[in-house]
Design a protein around this ligand. Structure first.
Ligand code: SF4
Ligand code: SF4
Length: 166
């Protein structure tokens, strides 16, 4: 696997190059899916060992996370707000009908790229970018979008593509 810093490498690429890295996920056959399932945990771990998310935070500045009822309960309690106050102040419903934070970049993102509500953050933030274990194969369409924003997704797609070819 290449030892390049995924964030610095991703910055050098055009949008077209980033999107191209995800094109192979469209027509995966059974054997390729099996090869992905066998390799993805290792690839995910190796890429994130080299990725300092505190130098990036693109997900927090570009993609408002979905928020569940449990997220609302947990975060509003932490902020000392009623659920109604929290919903009114921090959330909206997007064009897909999903509840999301109403501002992007996220209002909980601090200047040093840490998260002000890290321990209480939405489940969607914890799961992003959905490349761990069976998450990867269950979110193939999402990777095609996220590769535009997430350097780690790009690096994972590049590496997993090499492994299923070898
Ligand atoms: S809640 Fe935290 S992790 Fe989630 S988008 Fe906002 S700053 Fe990022
Ligand atoms: S966009 Fe990807 S690499 Fe950047 S902070 Fe989010 S998860 Fe980390």
């Amino acid at each position: 696997m290449t030892k390049k810093d995924p964030i610095e490498n991703w910055k050098t690429l055009s949008l077209k190059q980033r999107k191209k890295s995800a094109s192979f996920v469209i027509n995966l056959n059974k054997n390729q899916k099996k090869a992905i399932a066998d390799n993805i945990e290792d690839v995910h771990e190796r890429v994130f060992e080299r990725t300092d998310c505190l130098k990036c935070a693109n997900c927090c500045t570009s993609i408002p996370p979905q928020i569940s009822k449990l997220d609302v309960k947990r975060i509003s309690k932490y902020l000392g707000l009623s659920e109604k106050q929290f919903l009114a102040e921090y959330t909206s419903v997007d064009s897909d009908g999903d509840l999301v934070f109403n501002q992007s970049p996220c209002r909980f993102l601090e200047k040093d790229n840490t998260c002000r509500i890290y321990e209480f953050r939405p489940k969607a933030c914890r799961a992003f970018p959905h490349t761990d274990n069976d998450q990867f194969l269950n979110h193939l369409n999402l990777h095609k979008q996220n590769v535009q924003y997430c350097p780690a997704v790009y690096a994972i797609l590049e590496e997993i593509q090499k492994r299923i070819k070898s």
